[in-house]
Design a protein around this ligand. Structure first.
Ligand SMILES: [Zn+2]
Ligand SMILES: [Zn+2]
Length: 250
């Protein structure tokens, strides 16, 4: 914890309020979530896309695909588009409740939530038994990070790296230029928005034969994850896995 994080933890003590609804909880609660939120969050425990990790929608079309035995393990996006990362994993579906929780984490100075949410990510990835050499996070532009005081993805990534017992490297990817927030853009606009937004730090230009786990908060169209994965692969990474807290619907 840096000084700012310590100060925020003092102002907003962890483990006293549910990180999702804000209700009082006792300190022993898993992930600092109350029973109701633990039960209401749309966890990615059902069928997920074998490529990006999104929860697969239980639709008539999927049932038909199941019967035909065609592409039933891929989401609509991954059936039509290729991705640079090898596999993606997510912990929950990005619904209104999850959105509110992540919004509080990012915009309300609740840096302490990084610890709790990082543990959710860690438990998710431990189940996958992946061999990982380096954990890194999608970087923020320094201007934004200065304003917020922390990079939410980096806070979670540190917890994951520590839990996996591997190196955390927050300098490998760099955010080159400031771009408009992406939440109102469609897939095509997002893709062009991230183009040339990221780069690899020249000091960390070689990841030959390494497996990298990239952490981000939200997976929507996958454009950010793809661009960062493309760069990491260019730098020699053998495998790039993407782990996010929440992903959009199939
Ligand atoms: Zn709650
Ligand atoms: Zn997918």
């Amino acid at each position: 914890m840096n000084v700012r994080e310590m100060l925020l933890d003092w102002l907003f003590p962890s483990n006293i309020y549910c990180i999702c609804c804000g209700n009082l909880i006792d300190k022993s609660r898993t992930y600092a979530l109350c029973d109701q939120c633990l039960g209401t969050i749309h966890w990615a425990n059902d069928r997920t896309c074998i490529k990006c990790g999104k929860i697969l929608a239980d639709t008539e079309r999927r049932r038909l695909l199941d019967e035909l035995g065609e592409g039933q393990h891929l989401c609509a996006d991954c059936r039509h588009n290729t991705h640079y990362f090898d596999r993606g994993f997510t912990c929950m579906q990005y619904g209104s409740m999850e959105k509110e929780m992540i919004h509080r984490f990012k915009f309300n100075g609740c840096a302490y939530m990084g610890d709790k949410l990082g543990n959710i990510l860690l438990d998710k990835i431990l189940l996958e038994n992946l061999s990982v050499d380096v954990v890194t996070a999608v970087p923020m532009h320094s201007k934004n990070q200065l304003k917020r005081g922390y990079n939410q993805s980096a806070l979670m990534a540190k917890v994951v790296a520590k839990g996996l017992g591997v190196v955390y490297n927050d300098q490998v990817l760099i955010r080159k230029q400031y771009k408009a927030p992406m939440n109102k853009l469609d897939a095509e606009q997002r893709a062009s928005n991230v183009k040339n937004s990221y780069g690899i730090h020249p000091k960390f230009g070689c990841f030959q034969n390494q497996s990298i786990l990239l952490i981000d908060d939200i997976y929507t169209t996958g454009s950010t994850a793809d661009e960062c994965s493309r760069l990491l692969k260019e730098a020699g990474a053998e495998n790039v896995y993407v782990l996010t807290l929440a992903a959009g619907a199939d």
